[in-house]
Design a protein around this ligand. Structure first.
Ligand code: SF4
Length: 454
């Protein structure tokens, strides 16, 4: 191995109309970091522009007991393609001055690695690259993540990064390191499965009170609006015992109280996965709470699983129902059947959850979804005593829904990715009117919603 060099990993700001820290952590970057820690001698430094736990921000940021909370934000001018969207547009995350201070603190990097999740958050990448160039000149900049994977050409021509890295980091990142620095800087090994990647390098982030945990990757379904099948070609699950050991390790090392499952399909093949996983957690008597921000497949929730959820302290439950309209469900995918939601709610209630603790995601703005269908879904969930949570549709390039939108003339294939923003789509291109959207929001407002049901 040759002498140690420095790699700076950066999670850029979000540019959006709305953003909230729903247990968000830059997990992809932290996995790459763990690979580098295990297999190379690079010194690593990480700047998370979305961190709400930076020591300089401790006193001004509010956090709920379960770890969620608002990002700092600064309103910025709307890009011209978004000027007709009647909402304020902001940069979410740490102040720029704090970012510049962080750049002063880190050693001169030999490589900068950035990520970007949503395609329409790319202005955050552009700003980071601009500031990096100002400070460090022509240091090589690599951009990975979902945006780079789905829109490599756009990223190549507008981000300012030197290398656009597509796909799963563990497969190609060590070879990329060898390509950039030479054979001596990284071993010629192949990391094939999710479980072969060392556990995420949480030592690089401040505040580990809430951590993500990924037990599987991909999904067996192919819903029309979802990018999961595009991003992960095959569904893979880690051995449950390995996940339990990881949870216990982080809990003991960092005193982490809250873990958020980042899986797209946590409950699939449950007998060999989530069931033994939760039993393992219960057996080790870990005093931790779990959260499910990505939504759970309602069909899989039976009495055993509901009871394991309760015993293992699965605290926040988000169920992915999407709609109660059979026509919408048939078009979007086959993951929910009639009666699944009702059954799941009964099992959860019998296990000890109050119905008001059960959140149900409902899609808003899918092509062909009418206001009355969306309203009926909301009312249906409310009649069941659960809490409807509106999930705004945003067009993701490459999905079936995207292809239909392009074919139908709603959006151009090469449209500015800013137009993939859920609110931009809703206000500028979608079928739902601003008035209907307002009515739906009012309906899901707790007090007004209850009034509407009674
Ligand atoms: S079931 Fe969920 S994760 Fe799987 S494709 Fe459908 S929306 Fe995506």
């Amino acid at each position: 191995m040759s002498k140690a060099k420095n790699i700076l990993l950066i999670n850029p700001w979000i540019y959006d109309f709305t953003a909230y820290d729903f247990w968000l952590r830059p997990l992809g970057l932290l996995y790459i970091a763990s690979l580098l820690q295990k297999y190379t001698r690079f010194r690593l430094h990480l700047i998370d522009c979305l961190s709400r736990r930076h020591p300089a921000l401790e006193k001004i940021i509010k956090t709920k007991p379960d770890g969620r909370g608002p990002f700092l934000k600064k309103e910025v001018p709307k890009p011209s393609v978004l000027k007709e969207v009647p909402r304020k547009y902001s940069r979410y995350g740490i102040p720029i001055e704090l970012f510049l201070h962080e750049l002063e603190e880190v050693p001169f990097p030999d490589l900068v690695l950035l990520t970007c999740t949503m395609t329409y958050w790319y202005p955050g990448v552009q700003l980071v690259v601009e500031l990096i160039r100002r400070k460090f000149g022509q240091v090589p900049v690599v951009l990975g993540g979902i945006y780079a994977t789905l829109l490599p050409e756009h990223a190549r021509s507008t981000s300012g990064a030197d290398v656009i890295f597509q796909g799963m980091g563990e497969r190609g990142f060590l070879p990329l390191i060898r390509e950039i620095f030479g054979d001596g800087y990284s071993p010629d090994i192949q990391v094939e499965t999710l479980d072969e990647i060392p556990w995420p390098a949480f030592d690089l982030i401040p505040g580990q009170d809430v951590l993500p945990v990924l037990t599987s990757r991909g999904c067996l379904f192919e819903c029309s609006f979802c990018a999961s099948p595009l991003l992960c070609k095959k569904f893979e699950q880690r051995p449950p015992s390995s996940v339990v050991s990881e949870i216990e390790y982080h809990h003991r090392r960092y005193r982490t109280q809250n873990f958020a499952f980042y899986d797209d399909a946590l409950l699939l093949k449950k007998e060999n996965h989530i069931v033994p996983l939760l039993k393992g957690v219960i057996q080790r008597d870990l005093s931790v709470f779990f959260h499910t921000p990505n939504g759970l497949h309602v069909r899989e929730i039976d009495s055993e699983l509901a009871s394991l959820f309760k015993k293992a302290n699965v605290q926040s439950l988000f169920l992915s129902q999407e709609s109660t309209d059979a026509g919408v469900l048939a078009k979007a995918g086959s993951k929910v059947s009639e009666g699944d939601l009702e059954r799941a709610i009964v099992h959860l209630e019998r296990a000890g959850y109050r119905r008001q603790e059960i959140n149900v995601y409902l899609m808003v703005g899918l092509l062909g979804q009418t206001y009355s269908s969306m309203k009926e879904s909301v009312l249906h969930v409310q009649r069941l005593g659960a809490v409807p949570r509106l999930a705004y549709f945003s067009p993701v390039p490459g999905t079936c829904e995207w292809k239909d939108l392009v074919k139908g003339g709603y959006i151009a294939q090469d449209a500015d990715p800013l137009l993939h923003n859920k609110l931009a789509f809703m206000f500028l291109m979608g079928d739902i009117s601003p008035r209907d959207l307002k009515l739906l929001k009012e309906l899901t407002d707790e007090k007004k919603g209850q009034a509407a049901v009674s």
